[in-house]
Design a protein around this ligand. Sequence first.
Ligand code: FRU
Length: 522
Amino acid sequence: LDYTEPYRPQYHFSPSKNWMNDPSGLLYHDGTYHLFFQYNPASAVWGNMSWGHATSKDLTHWDERPVALLARGYPDTVTEMYFTGSAVADVNNTSGFGVDGKVPLVAMYTSMYPIEQDLPSGKHVREEQQSQSIAYSLDEGETWTTYDAENPVIHNPPAGYEEEFKNFRDPFVFWHDDTQKWIAVTALASIHKLAIWSSDNLKEWSLLSEFGPYNAVGGVWECPNLFQLPVQDEPATKKWVMVLGLNPGGPPGTVGSGTQYFIGDFDGTTFKADDNSVYPGNGTSNWMDWGPDFYAAASYNGLPKGEVVQIAWMNNWQYGAEIPTDPWRSAMSVPRQLSLKNIDGKITLLQQPQDSWRSVADRKSSHQSWESVPEGSTSLESPGKAFKIDLSFEDHDSDDSRASAFAISVRANSAFDQETLIGYNFTSKEVFVDRQRSGDVSFDDTFATLYHAPLKAGADGRVTLQAFVDWSSVEVLGGQGEVALTAQIFPDQDATETRLVSVDGVTQDVKLEIQPLGSAWH
Ligand code: FRU
């Protein structure tokens, strides 16, 4: 593969060509990570929604496979699109789809019917109806059979919400050990509610409960994701996390899509958010990511208990179809390993990069440290166009000699009139990504923006930042991973300069490691 076009992500997944949006079915099975995704087989804008497919042994090196679920009717009149969903390995063959001991992989997805029709199952659907359906694969996800005898398996929204039939979508299905049942969470997008269902066989579903609205309720609620995690250092405590997408309605300072989460408990029937995870009346929220380009986050099914890895669509509906990439549009985030930790009396979701990025760390990293970085700029050696940064420094309160802000400038041109800044504001105690002058920002009015997230120094009085820079993105994790900021950038191809910038004063005790990263495509 020659993945060297301008802006082509080197170690983030992107399809070789055409449009991609949400991860739709993240499944680890038999030593292989499957990534299914919303895909348009025809072009680099949204349409003909199908499930694309890629596989990986490590979550960094991907093989793009044939389209798994091709929009029904394509390339002629499309009568059913396959919207976002999820996938499981039905190891006990509860569905009966397994043959000769072969474990069926089962996908649960939203059928979007562009036209009113009678289905083979005898069910009738209206124009633009969204219902939940299933399909299965007996060949490791290469080919799929839709369950036409009964699809859609969840035909209509729950009683009382019949009017929501055009906005009922995105089933996230998983096996719930305690009740020995399949659980699916779906969104009633326009009314900011989630409906939770259970099943013994993935075919017949009953409604258990609903959740929401809480916290951020901008735009629609989509793409729910529910999982359990142990709390670090408290072996007896396990909590459940509900993640969902809002569009539009992301974090303060962003426009378009965003992702929020709730920490709470799920008893097999109801998800109840913890009191300190909901903020009635004050419009705040727990943001998964404070940047503009992290949406439709989904977690892997099939990982060992207690392990949660998420991948998100690294784009935004605000300008997704306008980004200057060709012949593909959109990449996925780096896979993130999630954990929970009690920080200052509050159970907090932490994100760390899943380890497989190390497989592209093929050159030596550079380590540097400064007792004091002077006011102004300090040059660094160019690390190329793809690299990982580990930067830490002492926090301080403002005084005459200390900096008001400290940043590393990346993907800069030699004049530094083009650059992306990743840094910290000592006054507001916020980490920021500034892409105002990051290169091509012309395709959308809202793109040239500085994004920020609250972050306190750690117990050691230091601010710690990790950042993944690729040919068209920056992902920053702050502290122990309690904040993340993801932003696309479209710098000039030869913009490879890097430097430190200490504003209005000095920054103390700075440590910097830069690890150049290679390409995952071969
Ligand atoms: C979110 C979303 C989903 C839907 C899919 C369609 O990005 O709108 O709610 O299933 O995209 O492609």
